[in-house]
Design a protein around this ligand. Structure first.
Ligand code: ADP
Ligand code: MG
Length: 891
């Protein structure tokens, strides 16, 4: 019979595995918005998003509401890694009636304790930050905002449930005229334990309480804490796992003894897990086992066991002494005899076995819960192996060494991928509460500074509407014959008057110069589609920035090489030349270079017709079969290539190394070109928007630093806010400023970050990737020799988001001006138009296109704009311009 009872109390490993996976499921349910309401394990957000970094410093007041007393502490942190905080504390006993009285009386009492404590220590500090340890389930929405969900542990004060307890405490403190005391943070006791155990460099990211009750908390990935919106990084979650099993999940392991304990408790059916683990219940479970065994005559033969029928006769401390190897048997005898029983030697031995079984089961269940937390952390952080510190507090762990051993071993078996180091909490929760308060204050101050630094980069809707209006104004200036010379947006006619209609046919050569790569292509436009063969050629910087002759000679050499390889030497194909620099176009095949951009500076080209330069080079190289039909900008090429499939595509947009746009304007509006009929594609050259100073108030100090280090200072100002060549640089300068202000990388100097262009724009894409574990962000930064803490990574991510969002929104403001003008041109209430887009930044950045489209919709609500990503816009597009030009003229 005894064996049977012991067996019922022993949970096999496979069963513990099941408990672990049920706990995992329950945790997920609590984390998810959809299922949170009915979840037993509530996974409450605590708004504690950071573990201490050891720099916390200052004096803090802590108030802890405990079972039968209030504890006040004065904690001085020295900024030494929290190794030696100085703590003064005082305990104020609390009358039983306060626990069940009015809420006002409770908080008044707490405030009086604070008053008296402060009088005792006679601090002269100006402002005193207070951390409040409040060990009840709260719905927290900020570090200092927490609604009590429900009382427990014998408390039932009126008018507190559903109210913000921080406010209640602050009001009571104000009533005491302690206006210099600010309640800065509220936390659960588990969180306090976790923080207490965070020492110096090694953070503690999990805490367990195994005392009267049981609970746990851990640092979860904030994106998974759906109840706390808009937070990134990590957040400590208070699991409230005592309620695990309230939906019946644990019924397979519940024994008749557990059922009896539950039935006799004040809250039957609730806190089923806690009733298996918490010390408040262990004595009761044992009592019921003993009653059952005695009734079956397996124990206390001949004794009157009525005494065992009264509740709580077995105290936890007695149980813990009985199970001790040394003196345990004697203690068992003493305890049983004190109850008036006459135990035999064998009875004592059996009672000891029962006690051990019940406590071991508690430890094993606790391990199953811990294993669930660890596996969850390991998985959500996308780690193969998790190494973590676990702070543990509570009398079961403190007073019975075997509990810790079982906890450690079983956790290891259930979560073999995790290595947990259990740390005993030293000063309960008080010290931790001071640290939380300090961290809260530090983060709030940092947040203010970061916001202040980034504020100029965060453009409001009103700002963007202003940019849109300015763009519109500059467009008009650029189109006007007299005003064109003074406009920052050049609005260059392209002599492209038609978009493709799908009837174009033939083989064409194309050149693409002005992007990252120089390419030569052959494009075959046929009934059944377009086929392209191309080759990329390198243009060495020496040639980019050498003489014009050398540059164009090099281009011809590349063409000849390509024709040779493609076996095209014998043919004279019409050639479309994508030349992505600002040109004054005088005809489809006549384009005067106005200025180099994007790192080119070859001499003797500005002011010359680039088609002529190409033809001259061909002659020098004796390459006679070259027939240049059209020179186009890459924006035009992009529009044309998308226009082949979608006739509504009348806008081209580039967001790559640089940025630019073109669109179909009414010829009558183009003051710089003769003619009133039809439309002409206008190459806006919008990258130069703002070069006349009209955007000066949008530029930040970071933009100016970036501009100063470019080869075209003061030029292409709009482009320098948006495109791939510059975003990384802007981020780099912001990061340097954050380091300078000690807000990043602990203010440690970062020599590598001083290097121009070291922070590439593609890093923004990878750092902003959704669901990317922050470890990977750290990895990206590590490549730059930047040792990023977790908080650093989040801040870098925020900087990247701010910069790329501004770029996308500015781009939207520019496009809004374009589509609205087109709509008005055509006298439409609603315009439906498509934009062909090219550029790696647009295509590869995880959020750029979405942010651009959303903002455009907001700024131009009467236009329905469809975005098409062009495939090889500059290659295919140039050929299509040539094809459209040849349309009808040749077979
Ligand atoms: P171009 O504009 O010269 O024709 P691209 O459209 O390919 O060339 O754009 C190149 C630019 O895109 C580079 O300057 C780089 O800054 C940026 N870039 C490259 N990879 C990425 C990426 N993964 N995410 C965002 N930007 C990128
Ligand atoms: Mg390009």
């Amino acid at each position: 019979q005894v064996q049977q009872a012991l067996l019922a109390l022993t949970i096999p490993l496979e069963m513990l595995q099941v408990v672990k996976s049920c706990m995992l499921q329950a945790m997920h349910k609590g984390l998810s918005c959809q299922t949170h309401a009915e979840a037993n394990v509530r996974m409450l957000p605590t708004y504690i998003c950071s573990t201490p970094d050891g720099t916390e410093k200052g004096d803090f007041l802590v108030v802890e509401l405990c079972q039968s007393h209030i504890r006040t502490l004065w904690v001085t942190l020295l900024g030494d890694g929290n190794h030696s905080p100085q703590v003064t504390h005082k305990i104020f006993d609390m009358q039983q009636d306060i626990m069940q009285g009015s809420g006002e009386a409770l908080f008044d009492f707490i405030a009086q304790c604070v008053h008296q404590f402060l009088a005792d220590i006679s601090s002269s500090q100006q402002r005193i930050p207070l951390g409040f340890v409040f060990p009840f389930s709260c719905r927290q929405t900020q570090l200092d905002k927490a609604e009590l969900i429900s009382w427990s542990k014998g408390f039932s004060c009126t008018d507190v449930e559903g109210k913000d307890v921080v406010q209640l405490l602050q009001a009571a403190i104000n009533k005491q005229e302690l206006y210099h005391v600010d309640v800065v943070a509220l936390m659960n006791d588990t969180v306090g334990t976790m923080m207490t155990c965070s020492m110096g460099e090694t953070p503690c990211e999990v805490a367990l309480i195994v005392g009267t009750g049981t609970n746990s908390c851990f640092m979860a990935e904030a994106r998974l804490v759906e109840m706390a919106e808009g937070t990134s990084g990590r957040m400590c979650v208070n699991t409230e796992w005592g309620y695990f099993g309230d939906d019946g999940t644990l019924c397979d392991i519940l024994t008749p003894y557990d059922q009896s304990v539950d039935q006799e408790s004040p809250n039957p059916g609730e806190k089923r897990f806690e009733k298996l683990v918490g010390s408040l219940y262990l004595g009761e479970i044992i009592r019921h086992v003993l009653i059952a065994l005695a009734t079956e005559k397996a124990l206390f033969h001949g004794s009157n066991i009525t005494v065992l029928r009264s509740k709580d006769v077995l105290k936890t401390q007695q149980v813990l002494k009985i199970i001790n190897a040394e003196g345990g048997m004697a203690e068992a005898r003493r305890t049983l005899e004190a109850l008036g029983l006459q135990p035999s030697e064998r009875d004592c031995c059996r009672v000891q076995q029962v006690c051990r079984a019940v406590v071991s089961r508690a430890a094993a269940l606790c391990a199953a819960g811990l294993a669930a937390i660890l596996s969850h952390m390991c998985q959500s952080r996308k780690l193969e192996r998790l190494v973590v510190n676990v702070g543990v507090d509570g009398e079961l762990y403190r007073d019975y060494a075997r509990f810790g051993e079982i906890l450690q071993n079983v956790t290891g078996l259930l979560a073999p991928e995790c290595l947990a180091t259990l740390l005993p909490a030293v000063d309960g929760t008080g010290q931790g509460a001071a640290i939380v308060t300090a961290v809260g204050l530090r983060l709030a101050a940092q947040r203010r500074e970061v916001d202040c630094l980034l504020a100029p980069l965060r453009l409001s809707h009103a700002d963007l509407e202003r940019v849109q209006a300015l763009m519109r104004q500059e467009m008009e200036l650029g189109l006007g014959c007299e005003t064109n010379a003074n406009a920052s947006v050049r609005m260059l006619p392209t002599y492209v008057q038609n978009t493709p209609d799908g009837t174009e046919r033939g083989d064409f050569l194309a050149l693409d110069l002005g992007g990252t790569n120089f390419r030569v292509l052959v494009v075959r436009v046929a009934q059944d589609g377009i086929r392209i063969a191309s080759k990329v050629y390198v243009i060495p910087t020496t040639i980019m920035q050498g003489t014009g002759e050398a540059l164009f000679d090099h281009i011809i050499e590349c063409i000849m090489d390509f024709q040779l390889k493609e076996d095209l030497m014998e043919q004279t194909l019409p050639l479309g030349f994508t030349f992505s620099f600002p040109c004054q176009q005088l005809g489809l095949d006549k384009a005067i270079l106005l200025t180099w951009t994007k790192g080119f500076s070859a001499s003797d080209c500005v002011g010359k017709d680039v088609v002529q330069l190409l033809r001259e080079a061909a002659q020098r190289k004796q390459h006679l079969g070259l027939k240049v039909v059209a020179v186009v900008n890459d924006t035009v090429g992009t529009m044309m290539s998308c226009g082949y499939d979608d006739p509504k595509c009348e806008i081209g947009l580039i967001v790559g190394t640089g940025t630019n746009a073109c669109y179909m304007e009414e010829t009558r509006n183009v003051g710089t070109v003769e003619g009133e009929q039809g439309r002409m594609c206008i190459n806006m050259e919008w990258g130069a928007f703002g070069d006349n100073g009209c955007l000066d108030d949008i530029f930040t100090s970071f933009d100016r630093l970036v501009d100063e280090k470019t080869i075209n200072v003061g030029k292409q100002r709009f482009e320098k806010l948006i495109s791939g060549m510059y975003l990384g640089e802007i981020v780099r300068h912001i990061l340097l400023a954050l380091v300078e202000k000690q807000l990043l990388f602990c203010g440690k100097p970062c020599p590598k970050l001083q290097t121009k262009d070291i922070f590439q724009t593609k890093f923004l894409s990878s750092i902003e990737m959704d669901g990317l574990a922050l470890q990977q962000v750290q990895g990206t930064l590590q490549d730059l020799e930047l040792e990023a803490s977790f908080e650093d990574s989040i801040l870098v991510q925020e900087v990247c988001q701010t910069v790329s969002t501004r770029a996308a929104h500015l781009c939207a403001a520019g496009l809004a001006a374009v589509v609205e003008k087109m709509r008005e041109n055509r006298g439409l209430d609603q315009l439906a138009v498509s934009v062909g887009v090219d550029g790696t930044l647009y295509k590869m950045h995880p959020h750029f296109s979405k942010r651009l489209q959303q903002m455009l919709h907001h700024l131009a609500p009467n236009c329905t704009v469809t975005f098409l990503e062009s495939e090889d816009g500059s290659g295919k597009g140039a050929a299509l311009v040539a094809a459209v030009a040849c349309r009808g003229s040749e077979p």
